[in-house]
Design a protein around this ligand. Structure first.
Ligand SMILES: NC(=O)c1ccc[n+]([C@@H]2O[C@H](COP(=O)([O-])OP(=O)(O)OC[C@H]3O[C@@H](n4cnc5c(N)ncnc54)[C@H](O)[C@@H]3O)[C@@H](O)[C@H]2O)c1
Length: 324
């Protein structure tokens, strides 16, 4: 059984630790917080606990490391783990600069190790269905994609709405379209804390001519977790706030009847929601990571996706600063 060492058992990291424990051998738990270490020593008596990341890396029996510590620590911890010859799963984003992500990718490639960023939504059965519809050409030519990730709170003080909320939608948009943007523009405002944008609007244009938009905000009356894809033949909405109808397909589109050439009308057909499996995305995501650990990292697709996301975030951040 794959032996995994896990770092960070805070709000989200405890979910990662739980699923690792279900799918593999949770050999080590590392957290700098003593109270959390004590809690986990009681909960997983067969695992070793430590405050030292280095101590768990020194265990030659550890095959892989999962990291769910605060974002600013990701790059350094992931680099140490790769240098120690361990496969790495690291929560999003793995780095805060494109150059740092390039360094992690090179290390993983040189050593043939898996490097997988925690892009959870790429494993959500609803979005996997949307991706299948796009790839199969069911929607016709895709014109635009837009994401809404809004709520009142959680107000962060160590990252802005772009980095806190945008990684999710950006990973989905780049994956759905299979391109990196040629243009990346962001505008935002820091109403509550100086230098930390609470509301961010992003515009992306892709070499194919497709465009995308993201509305990211923790100052909003609506809780929205939505992605809309507009195709020439059909349109599809993924809504993570819906319990049963996560995906809705609209047979709607522009229509130019042959008898009235040049005159555009619209066409409205069925609206339906396919059944979406209720599988836990985190479990599917970590099962995929364990497959990479077992079978090898292949073409490093996951790490390359992570690089495209961090590189685009870098450009959006630059644009946000320029717009001030
Ligand atoms: N995929 C998702 O949907 C999702 C959701 C929430 C958070 N996250 C990501 O998960 C990560 C963790 O988020 P969180 O909400 O659990 O944070 P958190 O602050 O609640 O927990 C972080 C934990 O890491 C520990 N820690 C800090 N530095 C450490 C170090 N050097 N070595 C070992 N332990 C260390 C802290 O003591 C704490 O227990 C973040 O990167 C966040 O972006 C992902």
């Amino acid at each position: 059984m794959t032996r995994v060492a896990h770092a960070g058992v805070g709000g989200w990291g405890r979910n990662v630790a739980r699923v690792v424990g279900e799918l593999a051998e949770l050999a080590w738990i590392c957290d700098v917080d003593e109270g959390r270490r004590e809690e986990y020593a009681r909960r997983y008596p067969e695992a070793r606990t430590t405050a030292s990341f280095e101590e768990m890396l020194a265990d030659d029996g550890v095959d892989a490391v999962t990291i769910a510590t605060p974002v600013p620590t990701h790059h350094a911890l992931a680099r140490q783990a790769l240098e120690a010859g361990k496969h790495v799963f690291v929560e999003k984003p793995p780095a805060m600069r494109g150059s740092e992500m390039e360094e992690l990718l090179s290390l993983a490639q040189e050593r043939s190790l898996a490097l997988m960023p925690g892009h959870l939504l790429l494993y959500h059965p609803g979005l996997v269905r949307v991706k299948e519809l796009v790839d199969a050409g069911e929607l016709g030519e895709v014109a635009c994609v837009y994401g809404n990730r809004q709520n009142l709170g959680v107000i962060r003080s160590n990252e802005n709405a772009l980095w806190s909320l945008g990684v999710h939608d950006l990973s989905v948009i780049l994956w759905l379209l299979g391109e990196e943007p040629s243009e990346a523009v962001a505008y935002g405002m820091d109403y509550l804390q100086e230098g930390i944008e609470d509301v961010v609007f992003c515009f992306l244009r892709f070499p194919s001519g497709k465009v995308a938009h993201m509305h990211l905000s923790w100052l909003d009356p609506h809780k929205m977790r939505k992605m809309t894809v507009v195709g020439r033949e059909k349109m599809v909405v993924f809504d993570d706030m819906e319990l049963e109808r996560k995906v809705t397909i609209y047979e709607k589109g522009p229509w130019e009847p042959a008898e009235s050439y040049g005159e555009w009308r619209t066409r409205t057909g069925d609206i339906y929601s396919p059944k979406i499996a209720n599988d836990e995305p985190l479990r599917l995501e970590l099962a995929h990571f364990l497959t990479l650990v077992r079978d090898g990292p292949g073409d490093h697709r996951e790490a390359l996706d992570g690089l495209a996301v961090v590189r685009t975030l870098d450009r959006l951040t630059e644009s946000l600063r320029d717009g001030r």
